[in-house]
Design a protein around this ligand. Structure first.
Ligand SMILES: Nc1ncnc2c1ncn2[C@@H]1O[C@H](COP(=O)(O)OP(=O)(O)O)[C@@H](O)[C@H]1O
Ligand SMILES: [Mg+2]
Length: 299
């Protein structure tokens, strides 16, 4: 008998993406399973956004394969990915600040009712569903008819997450959802990520902040200049190791040498200054003595 572990919800195998001469990502292999948070970590320019744009159907890989539930797919558009339950929440969120929370929740998929001679946006139903769905994620809003613009950045992210979950996302991709947030607000978003995981979604959480990633992540994939250092389970790496890999170990070492060299130069400079200072003081004393000699009162 063959034991079957379920295939990852989504996976990439040896994918690369070129933009002309620019190698944005090279030979990346990564996956996310149901009920886990996969953190995609890397400094600016590491290739994080490019990789998730492959997963969400915005770009097509130059090389390599994308698999959903173990089967190779070719997304022709973001709509294809969405249809397969791959939902991406971008940092700018595509929300309309002056429209209500409920309207934004249903943006593009409004529940309508037949009020002859037109189908109308069903406000009551939208309000109720929005309130219920937000409550399921532990988000309490007093009034879903208030404009989205009155929500804090963290709350807006949370509405976007709740919306993706409601519309059937199985994989939730979050591109730097905590980047623009303060510590407390980031905490709020991290809690919703944990909620999504508890509901069985696979979450790909992109960030360059290890302090946001480490507490919530189950596995970590580290990108550095378009290449992967590999994927590590939390039990395999410490927070410090993640930090060092993100910065690029060699670069940190080089920086260490540079700082040592600067300190040595500082010591040399300090010694030279001290010598100059002593010479200056001695000379000043001589000049003073000469002056005193010249102004010696004559008897
Ligand atoms: N559309 C594009 N055309 C040319 N180069 C790109 C394009 N998108 C990304 N790149 C390059 O690919 C590299 C990775 O970028 P990106 O995926 O945005 O990194 P990250 O999201 O980790 O900051 C960068 O060097 C960037 O300049
Ligand atoms: Mg990016």
């Amino acid at each position: 008998m063959q034991t079957t572990t379920p295939a990852p919800l989504i996976a990439v195998e040896n994918v690369s993406r070129y933009f002309g001469q620019v190698v944005a990502i090279k030979d990346i292999t990564m996956s996310v399973n149901a009920g886990e948070v996969m953190c995609l970590l890397g400094d600016n320019g590491a290739g994080k956004s490019t990789l998730i744009k492959l997963l969400s159907g915005v770009y097509r890989p130059s090389e390599g394969r994308i698999l959903v539930d173990g089967t190779e797919v070719r997304f022709a558009s973001p709509r294809d990915a969405l249809t397969m339950g791959i939902a991406t929440v971008y940092q700018d969120l595509a929300m309309i600040p002056l429209m209500s929370i409920a309207r934004n929740f249903f943006l593009g998929s409004e529940p309508t009712k037949w009020v002859p001679p037109f189908r109308r946006f069903d406000v009551k139903r939208a309000d109720r569903i929005t309130r219920e769905e937000l409550a399921k994620m532990g988000i309490q809003v007093r009034d879903t008819s208030q404009p989205v613009g009155t929500l804090s950045g963290g709350e807006r992210q949370s509405v976007a997450i709740a919306r993706a979950v409601y519309f059937g996302a199985r994989v939730l991709i979050l591109d730097e959802p905590t980047a623009a947030l303060g510590v407390k607000e980031a905490g709020v978003v991290l809690r919703y990520i944990a909620q999504a995981r508890a509901r069985g979604l696979g979450v790909i959480f992109i960030t360059h902040n290890v302090h946001h990633a480490y507490p919530i992540g189950d596995r970590f994939t580290l990108l550095n200049r378009g290449r992967s250092y590999g994927t590590f389970a939390k039990s395999e790496v410490t927070r410090e190791e993640v930090v060092s890999m993100m910065a690029g170990g060699e670069e940190l070492e080089a920086l260490g040498h540079e700082l040592e060299e600067m300190a040595r130069q500082d010591r040399d400079n300090a010694a030279a200054l001290a010598t100059a200072g002593r010479e200056f003081t001695a000379e000043a004393r001589d000049i003073e003595r000469d002056a005193e000699d010249r102004t010696e009162p004559t008897a």
